[in-house]
Structure formats: C-alpha cells, structure tokens
Write a protein that binds this ligand. Structure first.
Ligand code: ADP
Ligand code: MG
Length: 577
C-alpha cells in the first residue's frame, strides 16, 4: 500500500503548471492570515507608550482592512482553480474506470458485485478527489500556518515563551494519532458493509416487480433494515475513536494556554516582552488550535483516501482472462468451427458444466441444440461469445484456436439472442439498432420482417418509434423475443444463435421465423437452441445435450430412428399437442 499522493502522482505531474501557482497562492494566504494579530499587538503597544498619532492610527486601520480583503480576493482565485482540478480528476478517474470495466470479462463480473463496483466509483472516488484537493489544501495551509506562526512568535516575541507553551502540543498529538491510526481497520470494514448495503438496495429496486408479486415487501424491508443496522454499527466503532480524541485534545490545549499566560505575565514583569506582544502571542496560540486539529484529522482522512485508492486500484489492476494480445488476428468470416474435446467449468463452480464436446459446423448450416433444462445448452453455445476461456480442449475457427482472434471480431461474427431479453428505455427501432447502429433502414425493415415482428409494429401506439417502457413494460413476452431476434438480425451475422428465443411465440409465428431464416439467411449459419422439435425439423445437424455431454447427434429423421432422449421427448411432445 502506497500513500495516496504517490498513487496520484500521474495527475500532479500532468497538472503541475496549475498546482504550483495554487500552492504559492495558498502559502501567501496562510501568511496573510497571521498578520492582523501582529498589527493588533503593535497597536496596543503604541497606545500604551502614548505614541499614537493620527498617521499611525490610519496606517493601522488601512492594514486591518487591506489584509482580509487581500485574503478574500486571493482565496477566490485559489478556490476556483482548486475546484477545477477536482472536477478534472473526478472526470479522468471515472472515465478510466468505466473504460476498464468495459474491457473486463464475465469472470470479473462474477467476482465483483454491482453495488461494490458502484461504491468504488462513487464513495471511493470522492474520497480520492477530496484528498487531491481539499485535504492537500488543508495540509499545506495548516502546516505553513503553524510554521509561520511559530516563527513570528519566536523571532518577534520570545523563543523561550514559544518553546514552553507550544512544545506540549505535538507530544499530545503524536499519542492521539497513534490511537487514530487504529481506526483505519474499522474504516475499511465500514466501506465493505456500505458496499453490501448498496448491493441490497440495488437488488430491491431491480426486483421490485417480483417483490410486489410475491408480497415480499416486509421481508425485503427487514433485510434492508438489517443491512442499515450493520452499517450504523460499523460506523459506531469509528465514532467511538473520534469521541476519544477531541476532548483529550482540549485538555492539552488548555495547558498550552495556561503556560502562555502564566509565563508570559512573568516575562512582562521582567520587562522581557511588552503587553502588546503577549496579546499577539496569545492570539497566535489561539490561532494554532484549528490548524493542529485539522492537521491531525487530515492525516486520518488521507489514510481513508489511501484505502479508497487501493480499492479503486484493485479494479484497475484486475486483468481480464479473456483479452486481446498485440498479435491477435482479425477475422471477418469463417468456414468451419471445430469444438475439440471442449470442457468448461464456471469460475466459481466445482464441476464442469459441459464435458468433452466434439463437433464441427460449417458456414451455411442450421444447427439444432436440444436437451433437458440445465444440461448446458446455453453454456455450450455461449462459448462462441468468448465470455470465458474454455477450461479444457480447444475451439477452432478455420483451424486457428479461437483465442488467437480479436475478441471483438469473434463477437461480431455472432448475433446472439439470449434467453432473458435486455430492453433499453428507447424507442423500438433504436432498441433494434443496438445490434448495428450503422444499419440502413432497408436492413432494419428486413430484420423486422425475418423476426416476424412486422405485424406487431402496426399495433404499437407509435409504430416502430414506440418507447419501450422501463425493463420492457409495454411489450409482451413474445414481442420482446422477436425484438431481440430483430436486434441480432440487423447486423446480418454470420452465425445467428437463438438461445431458446422462440419459447414465448406461438406455433405459426415460429413457423414464419424458421421459414424466413431459410429464405433470407442462405449461406449463413443458424444455431437454434429450443425445446420445440418443430423449430429444428430441417436442421442439418442436431445435438442432444444431457448433463453436459453430447449423447446423440444427427438429423431429425436420423434421431427418430434411434432410441434415446430425442425420440422419447418427440413422442411426448406430439402426443401432448
Ligand atoms: P441450459 O441452457 O441447458 O438450460 P445452462 O447452460 O444455462 O443450461 O446451465 C448449465 C448449468 O450451468 C446449470 O447447472 C447452471 O446452474 C450452471 N450455470 C449457468 N450459468 C452459470 C454461471 N454463470 N455460473 C455458474 N454456474 C452456472
Ligand atoms: Mg439455456
């Protein structure tokens, strides 16, 4: 773990042309802040000595007005610059973070929860920005303030008095900072609990419909309360340390005052200092209190920010297992795909979901994949999306291992229609065009036609421009499926994968879509995962997957001649209809 400032060095190096004048301004402001007390002491001594003339009086008054005014103006310039830097840093951190998230693979998103990822880009990032701006300011301002005050006290009033009254402060501070240091562990725990709480809230918001439908509000609230209580509990530890700290400091400070007054009066009696000087001196002792308190809390806040920067860095350092190399090969089309002895286990599972899979498919073929729920059909075909690396065997596209190709290129070969549909709060046409933002309107029309979505569009209030409600409220299940199919088709992919994407459409619609695929996708590959045999009757190859293993393969008529899952299920399905 490194200090936050060394972690943010890149930013300071880039911005030094602004930071140097800013620091200079800050030091000037800190010095100006100390001058009025000095003037006040001078005024008192002039009055006592009877040497007050109208000339000295007006000089003093002008000084007392000019100094705060100068401070005000300089602060204004300074604050403007500091805020600018803060915004800039937040912007850069946030865009780097998002960029990085986009480069991560599925394993990463299974490792980190959404709420956690969000809290790192909000809370933690705020803490980092504060460290680079107001904490740094506090550090510099207060430090120079303390140093200047002590120098003025020592050089212009009395070193003896300064040493006696001020020396107790750092001693007390050191002890207290050690105690505070221990607080950090609790801060880290608190951050983690906070992230969990965020996760819970997210879950509830996302699952609101299900929660309502199953009248789970009370249960859910209970869970929320529990999370909030844990959050408060973890915060309580931190507050306990704070409570320790503050009163103890007041005591130490009181002693410094007593020493300054007591010994100062003794020095006046011995005529070593004047009354005005003691007034100045005591003001400075008073002025030291705030900087010292701030300084010590600044250190603990910097520590907190260091935890934040570590949490941010953890994400930024995470390497996707699925990533491009400098020599990744481009691919625009393919002829054959070979699965050779492919085995795959999800990162956090114990056993593989698909085992020793062997097959070859060619451009232009239609492939059917069937099998019981949970047998690994989705897992098998999603391997073409390069979400994970396979754990055994090898997938080849045109005899080159799939991981040697550019990931984006491989994904661009595929139009994947998932089981669960993700619709965005956009008009229908824009939802479809996500598949290919550059598609011409003829492409859009064609995709809509193949997906047999045309007839629905006429019934929508604004036709193809109808807004899709949040999470797809305005469309039926079958319409959502067909919209998703159109989205995949609009990019006219070499490989279209329908992952159980016809489950919510009726038999006629299914027939239409299958016919359209045959008509418009000649020379392209279609992979159809389905529970309905009608959809794959004409497939070139059908794979039956059971418990992650291909148990049967062939065409529809070949499979009907074999005893096995396919024939059994087929007979069941036709007798049920
Ligand atoms: P199918 O599509 O045939 O219904 P899946 O491929 O979706 O089957 O799932 C096969 C098995 O893999 C199931 O037991 C499921 O619980 C498991 N599985 C699916 N996705 C994940 C995942 N992301 N992490 C761990 N296990 C998973
Ligand atoms: Mg599935």
């Amino acid at each position: 773990m490194k200090n936050i400032y060394s972690k943010l060095k890149w930013f300071f190096q880039k911005e030094w042309k602004r930071y140097v004048p800013m620091l200079f301004l800050l030091i000037t402001i800190s010095f100006i802040a100390l001058l009025p007390a000095k003037l006040l002491g001078l005024a008192i001594d002039t009055i006592i000595s009877g040497g007050l003339t109208s000339k000295t009086l007006s000089a003093l008054v002008i000084g007392l007005i000019a100094l705060p005014l100068a401070r005000y103006l300089l602060s204004m310039v300074y604050n403007y610059m500091m805020n600018y830097e803060g915004q800039k840093l937040t912007y850069e951190l946030r865009s780097d973070y998002l960029d990085h998230l986009f480069s991560m693979d599925s394993k990463f998103f299974e490792t980190y929860k959404k709420g956690d990822l969000i809290s790192r880009v909000t809370n933690d990032m705020d803490a980092m920005t504060i460290a680079a701006t107001s904490l740094l300011e506090s550090l510099v301002f207060n430090f120079t303030n303390i140093v200047f005050a002590i120098l003025i006290m020592g050089f212009t009033i009395s070193w003896k008095l300064t040493i006696i009254s001020v020396s107790i402060m750092p001693i007390g501070l050191t002890i207290l900072n050690i105690i505070r240091f221990k607080k950090r562990k609790y801060v880290r725990i608190h951050r983690e609990i906070y992230a969990e709480m965020t996760e819970k809230v997210l879950e509830s918001v996302e699952g609101m419909k299900v929660i309502h439908a199953y009248v789970q509000e009370e249960d859910d609230l209970k869970k929320q309360h529990h999370a909030i209580e844990r959050d408060i509990e973890s915060w309580r530890y931190i507050v306990r340390f704070e409570n320790w700290f503050n009163p103890l400091f007041e005591v130490i400070y009181g002693i410094a005052y007593i020493l300054a007054f007591g010994y100062g009066t003794y020095l006046i009696i011995n005529q070593e200092i004047s009354v005005g000087e003691l007034v100045t001196f005591v003001s400075y002792v008073g002025m030291l209190m705030n900087p010292i308190i701030s300084m010590s809390s600044v250190f603990s806040q910097i520590n907190n920010a260091t935890i934040s920067v570590d949490r941010y860095d953890e994400i930024m350092q995470a390497q996707a297992e699925v990533h491009d190399d400098s020599d990744s090969i481009p691919i625009l089309d393919f002829h054959t795909i070979d699965f050779k002895n492919v085995t795959f286990k999800y990162p956090f599972d114990r056993y593989p979901v698909i085992k020793n899979i062997d097959f070859q498919i060619h451009l232009g073929e239609t492939i059917g994949v069937v099998g019981p729920t949970g047998s690994g059909k989705s897992t098998l075909i999603r391997q073409l999306l390069r979400e994970f690396n396979v754990t055994g065997g090898e997938i080849y596209i045109d005899d080159v291992p799939i991981q040697e190709y550019k990931i984006k290129d491989v994904r661009n070969l595929v139009g994947y229609v998932p089981q669960e549909h993700m619709l965005f709060k956009k008009p229908v046409n824009e939802n479809i065009l996500i598949g290919n933002p550059n598609a011409r309107s003829a492409d859009l029309d064609k995709a809509v036609k193949i997906a047999d979505f045309e007839k629905d569009i006429n019934f929508l209030t604004d036709g193809i421009r109808t807004m899709v409600g949040e999470a797809g409220n305005t469309l039926s299940g079958g319409q959502k499926q067909r919209l998703s199919i159109a989205r995949a088709l609009v990019k006219d992919p070499q490989i279209l994968i329908l992952d159980d994407s016809l489950s919510a459409v009726d038999g006629t619609t299914e027939r239409n879509i299958i016919d359209h695929l045959k008509e418009f996708r000649t020379g392209k590959t279609n992979i159809i995962v389905t529970h309905r045999f009608s959809a794959i009757r004409d497939a070139d190859q059908i794979f039956v997957l059971e418990k992650g293993v291909i148990t049967q393969r062939g065409t529809h008529s070949e499979l009907l001649k074999q005893d096995g899952w396919y024939k059994n299920q087929y007979i069941q399905q036709i007798t049920m209809n």
